[in-house]
Design a protein around this ligand. Structure first.
Ligand SMILES: CC(C)(COP(=O)(O)OP(=O)(O)OC[C@H]1O[C@@H](n2cnc3c(N)ncnc32)[C@H](O)[C@@H]1OP(=O)(O)O)[C@@H](O)C(=O)NCCC(=O)NCCS
Length: 136
């Protein structure tokens, strides 16, 4: 198993993994998110490969101070083997290397089962409320 930056060639495999993992929404084309993260100077998408098969991903980026993690997904056949932990640790290392001092993430309120995983990895509930507004 090897973790490395994805390229445009991996977009199909990554978006298929995200759909299977329940991370996509019909109004938000995931391939655009992925391409933007690859093109941006402060972000990337890391992929775990078993030979050439994509078995996990995590998107990571920063605003100069805080780092953010998105699209953490492990192929169902590989869950429970430590890969999710390894992807999070690699994302945290990427952020440290880029000067971020804090890492944050958002969990959809419909995805409460994953909260235990993050808590286990040391992620605490933050005293903030998120507000959002569509611009398009
Ligand atoms: C969340 C996800 C990435 C976890 O990946 P995984 O490879 O199965 O997790 P790991 O095997 O690395 O688990 C790491 C540790 O967390 C623990 N853990 C995993 N899921 C847990 C849960 N729901 N509650 C509590 N602990 C959990 C494991 O027991 C393991 O403990 P250990 O390292 O002390 O032995 C995977 O379940 C997934 O892809 N889910 C669907 C997509 C998703 O919801 N992503 C998050 C979007 S916010």
């Amino acid at each position: 198993m090897q973790i490395r930056d994805l390229t445009s060639a991996n977009i199909g495999a990554a978006t298929s993994l995200w759909v299977r993992a329940g991370l996509t929404r019909p109004w938000n084309p995931p391939e655009l998110d992925l391409q933007r993260a690859l093109d941006g100077g402060t972000s990337t998408v890391l992929g775990a490969f078993d030979n050439d098969r994509l078995i996990g991903t995590v998107m990571v980026g920063h605003d100069g101070h805080r780092g953010w993690v998105y699209y953490l997904a492990v192929d169902e056949s590989q869950r429970g083997t430590g890969l999710g932990r390894q992807l999070m640790s690699t994302a945290e290392d990427w952020l440290r290397k880029h000067g971020a001092v804090k890492v944050q993430l958002m969990v959809r309120s419909t995805n409460e089962t994953v909260l235990g995983f993050y808590e286990h990895l040391g992620y605490e509930a933050a005293e903030v409320q998120v507000r959002s507004k569509r611009l398009t």
